[in-house]
Write a new protein. Structure first.
Length: 261
């Protein structure tokens, strides 16, 4: 079947790419609910398509961070030790359970709704969370940091595989708590690099189940890549707080709508 560009998907890809470039929040938090709620794409297809979309777009971001040397490979390795096996196990469990399509769709929409609300809370209360954590926990030892980073990877692996959401705001917030001595740009770079193999593995798992729409994927990429580039030019001029509030409100509404389905 020949590849066909869908103008509405291209436009949506541009809008999501622009917001991702502005805020740094993963596209899954925006793209998957958009596909489900606006375009009525099957939830399993939306997740699988978005995972490969994220893997491709974040590869470009990884190259930029690599050029700028804003990647901590120690963090990437620790996260991957937890997330990649967790993703494979999640895919295997979903396959062995042989759930009917209605049950799979219900599971995805519920997990996705909860993940969106958690992401919105992370966006709104990140500073408060960091301050409270610093007061109560303080600095972790190296073995504790290693262990909790792997556990974070496991949680992200399960969450991303089921819903395609989690590697952005949730992952970065967890890493800031675990590595307070690192610059945020290095944490963000490490999180983006880690998301590439995770979303690729999870996405290929969905491909094997036949839940990828190549035309939708190509149309989204056609719009999102210019959107990300354009956002990088405008980002320094717009207030971060306003963007985060708008994004958090959007995620909250989407999350509540998915939970109400």
């Amino acid at each position: 079947m020949p590849f066909t560009l869908h103008p509405l998907y291209v436009l949506s890809g541009f809008a999501v790419g622009f917001l991702v470039g502005m805020t740094g929040v993963g596209g899954g938090s925006l793209m998957t609910p958009l596909l489900i709620l606006l375009f009525h794409v099957n939830p399993a297809t939306a997740v699988g398509t978005d995972l490969l979309y994220a893997s491709i777009t974040k590869t470009g971001g990884s190259l930029v961070h690599g050029f700028n040397r804003t990647i901590d490979w120690r963090i990437v390795t620790r996260l991957a030790l937890g997330s990649l096996p967790a993703s494979l196990v999640t895919l295997l469990v979903l396959h062995l359970l042989k759930l009917d399509q209605a049950t799979v769709n219900a599971l995805i929409t519920r997990v996705l709704g909860i993940a969106l609300l958690a992401t919105a809370l992370a966006l709104l209360f990140r500073r408060r969370l960091l301050a409270s954590y610093a007061r109560r926990v303080g600095v972790l030892s190296e073995p504790e940091t290693f262990r909790y980073t792997v556990f974070t990877g496991i949680a992200l692996g399960v969450l991303v595989t089921i819903s395609s959401v989690g590697a952005g705001a949730l992952g970065v917030t967890a890493l800031i708590l675990l590595y307070p001595e690192l610059r945020v740009v290095k944490i963000a770079g490490s999180d983006i690099v880690h998301a590439v193999p995770l979303t690729l593995v999870a996405g290929l798992g969905h491909v094997m189940n036949g839940v990828i729409d190549v035309n939708v994927l190509g149309s989204l990429l056609t719009g999102s890549l210019p959107g990300i580039v354009l956002a990088s030019l405008f980002a320094p001029r717009l207030p971060d707080l306003a963007l985060r509030l708008i994004l958090a409100a959007t995620l909250t509404v989407s999350g509540l709508r998915l939970l109400a389905v």
